[in-house]
Design a protein around this ligand. Structure first.
Ligand code: DGP
Ligand code: NA
Ligand code: NA
Length: 213
């Protein structure tokens, strides 16, 4: 086995899904699991609200500012671009990244507003392509019942139905659809099995690639 080769790297694992699908819980459980197995791993999320761009996004999501749909789309994308080089260096140095939302959220949420899908995808071109996208699948109605939505802009049933439709058109070979209506432990089990294969392939030198695949 060549798992000590210089091409060995960390895996880029993305969690996607509707609001309230359980991504945050699964991210933190997956982080602990991979740490226990001895992997170097970090958990990130987008939007990253700590940067200047992230603060503009946060204010928009809280309905404290109003931005044109195209403008906010580009800010979400910029927020991923400002982390791209750090992401690449982490992966190349062997750190696995678990990321809560990525370019698929970018396209699914903006195209749900009626923006052209190809236009939405364009600013994401050249970002690192995930090795695995775990889509936590739950119906919009089921998600809405989970303790209700918060106050944020997109947390409304009618809008989430459109987001679910947009996500369906984005599925590719990197996606694994996980039944997120199962009990937390069962979801976790499905996540673990899929992730181990993915991490293994990256350790063995699967090359990094860029969006869109
Ligand atoms: P979260 O912090 O995961 O709750 O995400 C905040 C909200 O922003 C959530 O409703 C999903 C949405 N969102 C995440 N990324 C993007 C993006 O790139 N573009 C758009 N339009 N919405 C996004
Ligand atoms: Na949210
Ligand atoms: Na969320």
């Amino acid at each position: 086995e060549n798992n000590l080769s210089s091409d060995s790297r960390g895996a880029l694992i993305v969690l996607e899904g509707l609001d309230r699908c359980g991504k945050t819980t699964q991210s933190s459980r997956l982080l602990s699991y991979l740490e226990e197995l001895g992997h170097t791993v970090e958990s990130w999320r987008f939007p990253d609200r700590t940067t200047n761009v992230g603060q503009m996004i946060s204010s928009y999501l809280a309905n404290k500012s109003h931005l044109d749909d195209h403008t906010i789309h580009l800010l979400f994308s910029a927020n991923r671009w400002e982390k791209r080089s750090l992401m690449e260096s982490k992966l190349k140095s062997g750190t696995t990244l678990i990321i809560d939302r990525y370019s698929y959220s970018g396209v699914a949420f903006s195209s749900a507003k009626g923006l052209n899908m190809e236009w939405c995808k364009a600013p994401e071109i050249g970002l690192l392509a995930p090795d695995l996208v775990l889509y936590l699948d739950i119906s919009p109605e089921n998600a809405a019942e989970r303790g209700g939505y918060g106050e944020e802009r997109y947390e409304k049933l009618e809008f989430q139905k459109k987001v679910a439709q947009s996500y369906k058109t984005l599925r590719d070979a990197s996606w694994k659809i996980i039944d997120a209506t199962l009990p937390i432990e069962d979801v976790e089990k499905q996540v673990r099995e899929t992730v181990l294969n993915c991490v293994e392939a990256c350790v063995k030198g699967k090359p990094l690639s860029e969006l869109w695949l």
